[in-house]
Write a protein that binds this ligand. Structure first.
Ligand SMILES: Nc1ncnc2c1ncn2[C@@H]1O[C@H](COP(=O)(O)OP(=O)(O)O)[C@@H](O)[C@H]1O
Ligand SMILES: C=C(OP(=O)(O)O)C(=O)O
Ligand SMILES: [K+]
Ligand SMILES: [Mg+2]
Length: 583
């Protein structure tokens, strides 16, 4: 089946002798690179590009939400424990499927939950284009998460995927308990419910909800409004009896386990002592230790209020030796995070527009403009950004999205967010694979439309570099992206040890994909979150000519490029832009 082919494909091995002779025969350059610090070599210029030679799908197939087939990785060679080049099996299949100029640029994050935690279900998501698997520490215990993380790792090791793992902290906002095991309970209009900080024996007394925050009964007042999940159900506080708060249901709705609770007074959200709760709770610190030990790639911090907490977490991670390969993502979902937005994003390695809780804290009609602002700011500051929550909410239950949901996904793609995220759709929905395939096909279609119409908004990018050498890298990337668009090249190749040059290129959102070659598997997984990057693991030297020749022959052997393709090549090691036809 597809999985076996994927494994074979990702482990393709070109014998060393053949590699060497192929490289020698095709070597476009026998001179060592010029020693000047900055130069541009225009190697060959093709006057006009023909449409791509890899098999490409018809536009109608790509726009058909349900008919678009999952990529079927096609591999050939037997396994090798140390393959010379690694690329994610699903990414490679998508490159073949769409042709590489039209391959998907927007990355996809899937929350793994009960509907998707088995090895087969995870594999189906990976084949379907999941770039990052998210684990929400609000739910499930550590054993459960450990099994899920290890299953993703096994999938990567055995089947040639490069799915990154993101751990999302619970945070210390107020939420309900887990309803004594019930999957949901219905609150009807006028019913009186008890919200209590007491712990109860199971089964829970009728119409009783446990609340996780000890100060709850003291903080709320009679007359306050209590919103479950930002308004999925609504109550009015009518009486306080010690630790118990009696509330009358004013908007009936379904209560889900661990649903978020906010309380409102005179039309504003109440920030009392609950505002003093730490962003990272003691349980979160234990989860973070667990995530570090399990080797997760990203930690997403819920309800960030200030840059300090991000800096603190980053130094904690660095002290544990994971500073360079564990990225911290700030979830922007509270009023406090909006007040300190730029500072928070500067301190983080990326951000998430967490629209679920954000929509419970700011008026809903403000969420779209806040989303656009965060997406643009992240691009300015060169940080990857994820748009999250309710993108395809109806697909938790139905096999096809609403037209409004498709428009919402399109808007996030049009804004050129790095990544889109599924939550309940993939964690506990009935159609996780279909939801993922909708994200994939809508991304492809909208990206293509915007390229064809040349409608991308020109975003004037300000300098983000502090040192002079970083500034040179940044200018090189800006120029390379501009040249790539002007010359209509097929791809930009970047050889990058830390991934930084690759992200500077991604930031420019060029018309062609960026093939990012890096020596480390963890950098490769992290680049999976960034717009337009196709990360490869490859060991390379400081000699660009030999790197290029070797890369060309490996990719040609794999059928991923052809003689005559026009590429621009850059590297961390050499401050140059080379434009060349693949020999
Ligand atoms: N690890 C898990 N174990 C059990 N259920 C989960 C898990 N992860 C997610 N879910 C379910 O999927 C729903 C949607 O996920 P998500 O949006 O991440 O959480 P939340 O609803 O708490 O914001 C959750 O409400 C929960 O019902
Ligand atoms: C992504 C979000 O966070 P969580 O699902 O953890 O509440 C959100 O609130 O949109
Ligand atoms: K969370
Ligand atoms: Mg949230």
């Amino acid at each position: 089946m597809a999985a076996a082919a994927a494994a074979a494909s990702s482990l393709l091995h070109v014998p060393a002798a053949r590699r060497a002779s192929a490289a020698a025969a095709r070597s476009p350059l026998s001179q060592p690179p010029a020693p000047t610090p900055l130069f541009i070599r225009l190697r060959a210029r093709r006057p006009h590009r023909l449409p791509l030679r890899l098999r490409s799908t018809s536009p109608t197939a790509a726009s058909d939400l349900t008919a678009f087939p999952p990529p079927s990785p096609t591999g050939i060679f037997a396994s090798d424990p140390h393959p010379p080049i690694d690329v994610d099996a699903a990414t490679e299949a998508e490159l073949r499927e769409n042709g590489f100029r039209s391959t998907r640029r927007t990355k996809l994050v899937c929350t793994v939950g009960p509907a998707t935690s088995s090895p087969d279900q995870l594999e189906a998501l990976a084949v379907g284009g999941m770039n990052v698997a998210r684990l929400n520490m609000c739910h499930g215990d550590r054993e459960w998460h450990r099994d899920a993380i290890r299953a993703v790792r096994r999938l990567n090791d055995e089947k040639g995927f490069a799915v990154a793992v993101m751990m999302d902290t619970e945070g210390s906002e107020i939420h309900m308990g887990d309803l004594g095991g019930a999957s949901s309970v219905k609150a009807e209009d006028g019913e009186v419910w008890t919200f209590s900080v007491r712990s109860f024996e199971l089964p829970l007394p009728e119409r009783t909800i446990n609340v996780n925050y000890d100060g709850f009964a003291e903080d709320v007042r009679v007359g306050d409004e209590l919103l479950v999940d930002g308004g999925m159900a609504r109550f009015e506080v009518i009486e306080k009896i010690g630790p118990d708060v009696k509330c009358r249901c004013t908007d009936p709705g379904l209560l889900l386990p661990r649903a978020n609770l906010t309380f409102w007074r005179d039309g504003s959200i109440v920030r009392e002592r609950n505002a003093m709760l730490p962003t990272i709770s003691s349980k979160d610190w234990l989860d973070i230790d667990f995530g570090i030990a399990e080797g997760v790639d990203f930690i997403a911090v819920s309800f960030v209020k200030s840059a300090e907490v991000i800096k603190h977490l980053k130094s904690y991670i660095a002290a544990r030796g994971r500073g360079s390969d564990l990225a911290v993502i700030a979830k922007i979902e509270s009023i406090d995070s909006l007040k300190n937005l730029e500072e928070i994003i500067r301190a983080s390695d990326g951000a998430m527009v967490a629209r679920g809780d954000m929509g419970a804290q700011v008026p809903l009609e403000q969420v779209p403009s806040i989303q656009q602002k965060i997406v643009q700011l992240c691009r300015q500051l060169n940080k990857p950004v994820i748009v999250a929550s309710q993108l395809l909410e109806s697909m938790i239950e139905y096999p096809t999205p609403t037209r409004a949901e498709v428009a919402d996904v399109s808007e996030a793609v049009r804004q050129r967010a790095d990544a889109l995220m599924l939550s309940g759709e993939s964690a506990m929905g009935r159609y996780p694979d279909k939801a993922l395939s909708v994200l994939r096909s809508v991304s492809l279609r909208i990206e293509k439309w915007w390229r064809e119409e040349k409608r991308h908004e020109a975003l004037e990018l300000q300098s983000v570099s502090s040192s002079f050498s970083d500034k040179i890298s940044e200018e090189i990337c800006n120029s390379a992206a501009k040249m790539a668009n002007g010359l209509g090249v097929d791809a930009v190749f970047v050889f990058t040890k830390t991934g930084h040059m690759a992200s500077l290129l991604s930031r420019c959102r060029p018309d062609c994909p960026v093939f990012a070659f890096t020596t480390s598997t963890s950098v490769r997984r992290r680049l999976n979150l960034q717009w337009g990057l196709i990360p490869f693991r490859l060991s390379f030297s400081d000699d660009m000519e030999s790197n290029l020749n070797r890369t060309f022959s490996l990719l040609k052997a794999r059928g991923m490029i052809q003689s005559g393709d026009l590429v621009i090549a850059l590297s961390d090691m050499l401050q140059s832009i080379q434009v060349m036809n693949v020999p």
